[in-house]
Design a protein around this ligand. Sequence first.
Ligand code: ARG
Length: 460
Amino acid sequence: MKLWGGRFESGPSEVFERFSGSLHFDKRLIDADCRGSQAFARALQRVGILTTEECATLVDAFDKIRADAGEAAFFDDAADEDVHTLVIRKLKERAGAIADKIHTGRSRNEQVSLDVRLWLREEIDAITGQLARVMGALIEMARRYSNAVVPGYTHVRRAQAVLWAHYLLAFFEMFARDHERMLQARERVNVMPLGSGALAGSGFPFDRSAVARDLGFAAVTRNSMDVSADRDFALDFLYAASVTMLHLSRLAEDWILYSSEEFGWLDLGDGVTSGSSLMPQKKNPDSLELIRGKSGRVFGDFSALFVTLKGLPTTYNRDMQEDKEPLFDAAAQLSGSLEMMAAVIESTHLNPAMPAAAAEDSWVVATDLAEALARAGTPFYSAHQLVGKLVLESVKRGRKPSDWSAEELAAFAPEFTSDMARFLNPSEGLKTRELPGGTGPAAVARALDEAEARLRQWKR
Ligand code: ARG
């Protein structure tokens, strides 16, 4: 079926129909399309196009379509151009001739904007819930290993000792910003476009605010041409989704390394790893690798729509139909990755002795020693040089920090007073970093409590 035709002497070619049809993917919008059309029927009733009975008949028919759409046979040999066309055909089958009134003063250009907004709003609500689960799992793991000390890295070189909980809270902060970005995207999604017509505004005096209230939108759009041309709200979501995937990917990369034999810090649960068809000993981190892999795919979804929109003449162009597949794909991949990451975090164990040994065997304490010297009055540059020499000497003689005694330190340089030897233990340096945002044990305990309170607030 088509929603047009009068102006044509012959129908579309088979190749064009096949090429331009979108039902095979936009059928995902069917529930949103029906709900939007029910609200539109009520708007038509308020302006006198539909009687109360006609409106009730259409609303009931849309409810039946929504219910039937769950059945496999519903979409069988549907040759309709898109989901909006299919829904109107099904409406005619159920409600008869009055179905011909449903599209009064309405364009698919605004309808598609409405449907995508309704669908995306629900996706965002589900995704923010999944983000909260990941953040909750990070907090839970941080509490499980609240005293564990690990080397923090820059350039993949051991840098300074930090608490494992502090490391996990770094990702909590990233996901908290992602959560914020999702809610900001939601605000721009949550605006009601109906009443815009094809581009010029509808010829019928709809109470647009009433339609917005009916569908739970916070506001109405302000310009009909903007509505037909705009997909910013989809881009906002795709950007927020991409940054979230970026963070998931970096966490995945870390844990792939930390669970390797070379690190030996983490044991990933059996349930989230897989074996090799040839090598019997393997336990591979495929779940994390797929999260890392899917991040590239979601960035592709973002750039696909971004580039599609560039240079499009105002207002609607059929190119814009290409918004849906990237959007659907990004939402599905993000949602799947969040679910997977939560399951990984919840089933992963830390072996604290391994990172503790890595911290003790290396010179992650060098900065702590230099800062201790600076606190005692040595200018930092000289302190840096002095500790650098101590490290060089140790490397040459194969000594680690704990091999030095207070006396030996003092003999190496008189600036080292006896109380400074404690900084050869990585746990001592941590205690000097109690300022807000630092890895001191008290600062991290406070940050954990605050993170938990913020999460509780969001879940409300
Ligand atoms: N399937 C179309 C899309 O997704 C609906 C809008 C059609 N509008 C039009 N003027 N052809 O963009």
